[in-house]
Design a binder for this molecule. Structure first.
Ligand code: FAD
Length: 410
C-alpha cells in the first residue's frame, strides 16, 4: 500500500497546475499524481484546430514531460474513493492512502447519450471539436462544404467551455463568408438551453454575428438521435402547447457537442453532491464533508464556468489553503471568486473575451481601453492565438502565478 502526503487524481489542466503550485510553495512536499493517460491535451486549442488555425500536434504533450520534477506519477486509473479511511482504490484494487486528497479528474463526455452518434462520428459529415482526433475533421468539412445545411448543437448545461459550440459555428461561418459561399449554406444552431450565452452583457455582440452569418437560433432543442448515412438528426423539444415533440433535421455537416457529466467513479463515491460533482465550498474549494479533500477543475461542484481559465485561478487557491491546513503556510485561507473565461472566436482575427465570476459578475483581466470584453477585439484574438498557449504551458502548468494571484478570504 503506497502512501503520500498529497495525492492528486488527474493530470489534466487542474491536476498538473495544482501540483506545480504546491511544489513552487513547498519544494519538498511529498506529492503523487494518479493519471492513466500518456498524453495531456490543451483542449482550449481544439476550437482553433477546428477553425484551421492551430495544428493538432500543438495541443498535445506527453504526460511525462509535464509532471513536475519530484512529483511521483502513479500511472493508473482511480476506481473508487474511500474518504473515511483516507484512501483511493486504483483499478486492479491497489490502494493509495493520503493525508490530503485533491480531485482533478475532469468530466466525462457522454457520446453514448445520443443514439447513433458513436457509429458515425468522424464520417458522414458528423464531427466534434470536443475530441482531439475529430477537430481536424471539422476543418476538413468546413473547407469542403460549398452549399447545403450546416447544423451546430449544444447539450444541457453544465458543459466545459460553454461557448465552444457557438465558437465552432462562428469560425465555420466566417470561412464560408470569406469564400463567398454564405448565400448557399444554411446555418442552424440547436441549443438545449434558453439563451445564447449565460452572461447577458456578451449577448448583443454575439447576436450581431448570428445576424451577419444568418444563423437560425433554436432554443430548447436537445439532440437525441443521429443517422449519419441518412444525414438526419432528431431533437427533443416542446410543442406550442408544452407537450413533448421531436423535430427531424436534415444536414450536410453537423458539429455535435456531447452531453457531459461527472465521471462515474466520482458520481458513485461519497465525495459527490446530488448532481454527481465533487462537493466543495465554492470559495475555499475544500470538500464540505471531508475536510482533508479538495477539488478543482471540471469535476468540482463550484458553479463557475468549467474552463481551463477557471482551473488556472483555482490551483493557487487549493495549494495555499491545503498548505495552510498542513501548517506550512501561516497566512489565512484564500478565496476563489468564480473566475472563468471564454474567448468567443466570433470571426477569424477577432474575439469577444468573456471573463466573469460567480453570479455573472464581469471580471476583466485588462483595462477596457486595451480589451473591452463585450466588444469583438483583435487584441483578444492575439491573446488567444499567441499568448494563452504559452501562458498555459509555461506559467500555469509550471506554478508561475503572475496571472492568478489569489485573494484573502472574506
Ligand atoms: P482535464 O484537463 O480534462 O483533465 C482531467 C484528467 O483526469 C485527464 O488527464 C484524465 O485522463 C484524468 N482522469 C480521468 N479519469 C481518471 C481516473 N479514473 N483516474 C485518474 N485520472 C483520471 N477552457 C478555457 O479556459 N478556454 C477555452 O477557450 C476552452 N475551450 C475549450 C474547447 C473545447 C473544444 C474543449 C473540449 C474544452 C475547452 N476548454 C476551454 C475547457 C478546458 O479544457 C477544461 O475546462 C479543462 O481542461 C479542465 O481541466 P481539468 O483538469 O478539470 O480536466
Amino acid at each position: 500500500e503506497a502512501s503520500h502526503t498529497v495525492v492528486i487524481v488527474g493530470g489534466g489542466a487542474g491536476g498538473i497546475a495544482v501540483a506545480a503550485s504546491l511544489r513552487s510553495r513547498k519544494p519538498d512536499l511529498d506529492i503523487a499524481i494518479i493519471e492513466p493517460a500518456d498524453v495531456h491535451y490543451y483542449q482550449p486549442g481544439w476550437t482553433m484546430v477546428g477553425g484551421g488555425v492551430f495544428e493538432p500536434a500543438t495541443t498535445a504533450r506527453t504526460m511525462a514531460s509535464l509532471i513536475p520534477d519530484g512529483v511521483r506519477w502513479i500511472k493508473a486509473a482511480v476506481a473508487a474513493f474511500e474518504p473515511e479511511r483516507k484512501a483511493v482504490i486504483l483499478e486492479g484494487c491497489r490502494v493509495v492512502t493520503y493525508d490530503r486528497l485533491i480531485v482533478a479528474s475532469g468530466l466525462t463526455l457522454n457520446w453514448g447519450g445520443i443514439e447513433g452518434l458513436g457509429e458515425t462520428l468522424g464520417r458522414n459529415g458528423v464531427t466534434s471539436n470536443y475530441r482531439y482526433d475529430l477537430a481536424p475533421y471539422t476543418w476538413e468539412l468546413v473547407q469542403g462544404l460549398r452549399s447545403g445545411r450546416a447544423v451546430f448543437t449544444q447539450p444541457p448545461m453544465p458543459i466545459k467551455c460553454a461557448g465552444a459550440p457557438q465558437k465552432a459555428l462562428y469560425l465555420s461561418a466566417d470561412h464560408w463568408r470569406r469564400e463567398g459561399r454564405l448565400g448557399n449554406i444554411e446555418i442552424d444552431f440547436f441549443n438545449a438551453g434558453p439563451v445564447l450565452f449565460g452572461v447577458k452583457e456578451y449577448v448583443p455582440a454575439l447576436m450581431e454575428y448570428v445576424e451577419r452569418y444568418r444563423a437560425g437560433l433554436h432554443f430548447g432543442h436537445t439532440l437525441t438521435r443521429i443517422d449519419g448515412s441518412a444525414k438526419r438528426a432528431w431533437f427533443a423539444t416542446k410543442a406550442g402547447d408544452g407537450s413533448p415533440s421531436t423535430v427531424e433535421v436534415p444536414f450536410d455537416m453537423i458539429h455535435v457537442t456531447p452531453p457531459q457529466r461527472a465521471p462515474d467513479f466520482v458520481r458513485a463515491s461519497p465525495l459527490a453532491d446530488a448532481n454527481g460533482w465533487v462537493e466543495v465550498d465554492q470559495a475555499s474549494l475544500r470538500h464540505t464533508r471531508f475536510p482533508d479533500v479538495y477539488a478543482l477543475g471540471d469535476a468540482c461542484s463550484a458553479p463557475n464556468a468549467k474552463t481551463a481559465a477557471a482551473a488556472r485561478k483555482q490551483a493557487p487557491v487549493v495549494a495555499h489553503n491545503l498548505l495552510h491546513d498542513l501548517g506550512y503556510v501561516r497566512a489565512p485561507h484564500v478565496a476563489y471568486d468564480g473566475y472563468g473565461s471564454c474567448p468567443l472566436t466570433v470571426e477569424r482575427g477577432k474575439i469577444l473575451l468573456a471573463e466573469f465570476g460567480y453570479g455573472g459578475a464581469l471580471l476583466p483581466s485588462f483595462p477596457s481601453w486595451f480589451i473591452d470584453g463585450t466588444k469583438p477585439s483583435r487584441m483578444a484574438w492575439f491573446l488567444k492565438e499567441r499568448m494563452l498557449p504559452p501562458i498555459y504551458w509555461k506559467a500555469m502548468l509550471k506554478g508561475r502565478e503572475w496571472m492568478a494571484k489569489p485573494k484573502a478570504a472574506a
